[in-house]
Design a protein around this ligand. Sequence first.
Ligand code: ZN
Length: 85
Amino acid sequence: MLPGSFVERKRACGRPNCHCADGKNLHSQFQVSVLVEGKPKTFNIPAKLVSKVRQQVEMRHRFDAAAATICGINLRRFLKDKENR
Ligand SMILES: [Zn+2]
């Protein structure tokens, strides 16, 4: 898992002959945006790591969703048990 959010930014590289120079076919830069020691940080993701990092960030979201579901079930169980004493 990886913390934070997966972000896609569109940008022009600045080379006048590049396909991005028309301002429409921009480059994609993928980034992971994460709190490091309480401060927001953004890190560029190298192209070869994009799909791996995307999956790792997604895994964290699934993990959090599963934890929230379990906590909800356990809270209902706790409240039910409490009534039956
Ligand atoms: Zn370009």
